[in-house]
Design a protein around this ligand. Structure first.
Ligand code: ADP
Ligand code: GLC
Length: 489
């Protein structure tokens, strides 16, 4: 089976959030099943061509975006695992400092940028003579590919064997633009209908993919259910028009990379049977934050995009309400300027118990996962969430809202039965984050119980070995369906 992953982020090349982790890891597991898996990404400025020794293919290709002809080249890199990564290089759209924007603001031409990318991907496949059985698209930036295959390229024999999968990593980002996107993207107005490209008289990238890809998946079973029922941000009806084609497959975590025993970024390595190194990590983190070095302080960490999704209003409340307790807060994040401002205010008020860092900092992220006692994730909604999984593997206890993937991965710790790997509250039922932190603090102060809880955290594993089999089944179903379609074409 030939599989092409199309995405706007992928570790180690470029990352804004968990999408990059997923696109960076899933291909390796598909490769292990024996498939030819390739990945295609934009060549952003931040991707260092020298570091990866990117090679350039000998042709210059072109696509239309509105009235303009855009030229591009395809670069590539073959990893040690023998996965080929292609990079679409175009100076106008991708040679800039940010991925989606700068200083918390989207680039105004993101519509053009990702129309270009989707068209360029299909053109590149022809030049490469690579015919995928499956094109697996991730999030709205890649969402036009299934639509092109069902409309503009419908009669193009090159793609007759190709099925498309569209994975929703976050339904809050849909890529909605005015109807004239039809012209800019080169579609026909005849397809501007509710079952295809029209969405309340607008053009919505994600809606197109939900209607026109061969299967749709999202990144946890609970989120798959939620977006059909009440949390689909306007997509509920569209999703319910094809309920049997919506799959909920939990993300896995890359446990080779996120591993406190081998992590080079942290003060001392440790593992489940000897957690003494974690104490040193906590001391190092307290020092970095300018806090008192105090083993008994309850240190709560958070590494996140600064976005309303992640519940920073709730975290801020906790910073103010728990100032008289021996609790310390550290947040690392980049994104929304207003959230930044509020966090700075809290830090200025409580410099001894609140620390905030505002950049994208992989090394500090590791230090926070390892050095914190507990991890705050009061997300309003969370398609899957990888941060809570990372926290668990560092023996750091997640405190989460019951939503999406957090419901699927974190269970309330009950000392009597020694079940559970974290603390869960439910915003919808009016539960309170601060009260939950206080309940967790009681367990923290009971050394025996906290040790037992940490053991449960270390034992919670969400591996790609399991999840990849669900993707495989989905792909094989699509291929079988396609063979049937071709016979009757
Ligand atoms: P989302 O994809 O919604 O941002 P996830 O929990 O799935 O949330 O994944 C977030 C990933 O991005 C984690 O690997 C987290 O450590 C990382 N991350 C988020 N913000 C930062 C940051 N400022 N610096 C370093 N890593 C970050
Ligand atoms: C999105 C979601 C997050 C998920 C990640 C990877 O960014 O917000 O919950 O873990 O994608 O699928």
């Amino acid at each position: 089976m030939n599989i092409l992953m199309v995405a706007s982020e992928c570790v180690p090349f470029v990352k804004a959030g968990g999408l990059a982790d997923v696109v960076g890891t899933l291909p390796r597991y598909l490769k292990n099943l024996g498939y030819d898996v390739r990945v295609i990404l934009p060549k952003y400025q931040s991707i260092d061509g020298k570091k990866y020794d990117l090679q350039t293919l000998p042709y210059r290709l072109q696509v239309r975006v509105g009235k303009d002809t855009e030229f591009f080249r395809v670069k590539y890199y073959v990893s040690e695992d023998d996965i080929t990564y292609y990079f679409i290089e175009n100076m106008r759209f991708f040679n800039r400092p940010g991925i989606y924007g700068m200083d918390g603001l989207d680039y105004p031409d993101n519509r053009e940028r990702y129309i270009f990318f989707c068209r360029a991907v299909l053109e590149s496949l022809k030049a490469l003579m690579f015919r995928p059985d499956i094109i697996h698209c991730h999030d709205w930036q890649t969402a036009l590919i299934p639509s092109y295959l069902k409309t503009v390229f419908r009669d193009d024999g090159f793609f007759w064997n190709t099925s498309t999968v569209f994975t929703i990593h976050n339904i809050a980002y849909q890529g909605q633009f005015p109807a004239d996107t039809i012209d800019m993207a080169g579609f026909s107005w005849a397809d501007f209908t509710p079952d295809k490209l029209e969405f309340y008289n607008n053009f919505n990238f994600m809606k197109c993919a939900i209607c026109l890809s061969d299967a749709v998946s999202t990144v946890s079973p609970t989120y798959a259910k939620e977006i059909k029922e009440f949390n689909g941000k306007g997509m509920e009806i569209v999703l319910n028009s094809r309920p049997d084609d919506i799959y909920g497959i939990l993300n896995g975590l890359d446990y080779d990379y996120w591993n406190p025993l081998t992590d080079r970024e942290i003060a001392a390595n440790y593992f489940q049977d000897d957690i003494s190194g974690k104490k040193l990590c906590k001391m190092e983190l307290q020092k970095l934050c300018g806090f008192d070095i105090d083993e008994n302080a309850y240190l709560l960490g958070c590494v996140s995009r600064l976005d309303n999704q992640k519940g920073f209003d709730i975290i801020l409340d906790a910073m103010y309400l728990l100032d008289d307790k021996n609790v310390q807060f550290v947040v690392l994040g980049s994104g929304d300027a207003t959230i930044k401002r509020y966090l700075v205010e809290a830090k200025n008020k409580y410099p001894k118990s609140v620390a905030v860092f505002f950049d994208y900092n992989e090394s500090l992220a590791h230090k926070i996962y390892a050095g914190s006692d507990a991890y705050m994730m009061p997300s309003k909604f969370e398609p899957c969430g990888l941060s809570q999984m990372i926290a668990l593997t560092y023996g750091t206890i997640p405190i989460v809202n019951r939503t999406g993937g957090l419901s699927d991965t974190i269970k309330y710790y009950v000392p009597e039965s020694n079940e559970g790997n974290g603390f869960v509250f439910n915003i919808t039922y009016g539960d309170n984050f601060v009260q939950t932190i206080l309940k967790s603090e009681v367990v923290f102060r009971n050394k025996k119980q906290w040790k037992a809880l940490m053991n449960n955290a270390f034992n919670s594993k969400f591996t790609w070995e399991d999840s990849v089999l669900h993707y495989q089944t989905m792909y094989l179903n699509l291929i079988e369906k396609k063979e049937y379609e071709i016979v009757y074409r």
